[in-house]
Ligand binder design. Structure first.
Ligand code: PBG
Length: 309
């Protein structure tokens, strides 16, 4: 009766990895219960998730081919574009969020166009807009840029508006840290950088004030929804954003956070269901409206069964 924070399936967003092929669900070794799905299996998983009360999926693609600029990411027949069309046809009420980035599509694994050993910010912006418009045309309800180039929210807004997608919201990865907790994702999405790291475009984990500045810039540029990522190690940042902005606030419980809970549980050291639910409720308590989590379906099932802890 006096509980202050509640968790519901309606607060959860399920990330999905889509790969070429048919009837495939390739397990991701470092993320138990997570798969690279072929389009048909992603459609099926999306349908089930929606039936379990999860309102949205977040799509990542593993393309057939990669090149220096990541051009397969804006092809009308790109892997995510195909998945979007198929998911929307099967489950039209499910909200589709398309991640916008290049690291899964470039042969060097960086999140944009390279000039020497650096990502060229402004040249990448043009390609981001092409990718976002292509994804919107394929049926993406929300565009979620995770590339972390400066000025991308404004560039994407203009690109979407010019293509007639005035009503497509932008969910900005506003405070995204250069985190070692993304390790398992880079296996799942085959997106590890071939050299160097992402510290010229992602933030130093030590910087709370910089996070506030980055978020404020995205708000000025027109972000409709804001994200903090990772989640549990950055609850203070989440709290700051909650206080500073009225926007819908999303936290991303990333691959490493998920892998950690499973690894400990597999050793018999933690109770998976309990730590999953405790971490999700804590992320909500810190101020998140919505949580992107690989544990979304398990959490939804537990809630459906009347989980009260
Ligand atoms: C793409 C992207 C990453 C994640 C989401 N979008 C990886 C990265 O920045 O290296 C990580 C998600 C996760 O770890 O679950 N840039």
């Amino acid at each position: 009766m006096v509980r202050e924070t509640r968790l519901a399936a309606a607060d959860l967003i399920l990330p999905l990895f889509v790969r070429p092929g048919f009837n495939l669900a390739e397990p991701v070794a470092s993320m138990p219960g997570v798969f690279q799905h072929s389009v048909d299996r992603a459609v099926e998983t999306s349908r089930l998730a929606f039936a379990e009360g999860i309102p949205a999926v977040l799509l990542f693609g593993i393309p057939e081919s990669k090149d220096a600029v990541g051009s397969s990411s804006w092809s009308p027949d790109g892997i995510v574009q195909r998945a979007l069309r198929a998911i929307k046809e099967e489950t039209p009420e499910l909200i589709t969020i398309a991640d916008v980035c290049f690291c899964e599509y470039t042969d060097h694994g960086h999140c944009g166009v390279l000039e020497g050993h650096h990502v060229a910010n402004d040249r990448t912006l043009e390609n981001l807009a092409r990718q976002a418009v292509s994804l919107a045309k394929a049926g993406a309800d929300i565009i979620a840029p995770s590339d972390m180039m400066d000025g991308r929210v404004l560039r994407l807004r203009h690109g979407l508006d010019d293509a007639g997608f005035h009503t497509t919201p932008i969910l900005s990865y506003a405070a995204k840290f250069a985190s070692a907790f993304y390790g398992p994702f880079r296996d799942a999405a085959d997106s590890a950088p071939a050299f160097g790291d992402r510290r010229t475009y992602q933030m130093d984990p030590a910087n709370r004030r910089e996070a506030a500045r980055e978020v404020a810039l995205d708000v000025e540029e027109g972000a409709d929804m804001l994200m903090v990522k990772p989640a549990l190690p950055y609850l203070d940042v989440l709290r700051d954003v909650r206080r500073a902005h009225p926007h819908p606030l999303v936290a991303y419980q990333v691959s490493g956070e998920y892998a950690m809970l499973h690894a400990a549980a597999n050793n018999g050291w933690l109770d998976y269901d309990r730590v999953l639910m405790e971490s999700l409720v804590s992320i909500r308590r810190a101020g998140a409206d919505l949580i992107i989590t690989y544990g979304a379906r398990q959490a939804a099932r537990l809630l459906h069964e009347g989980w009260t802890e």
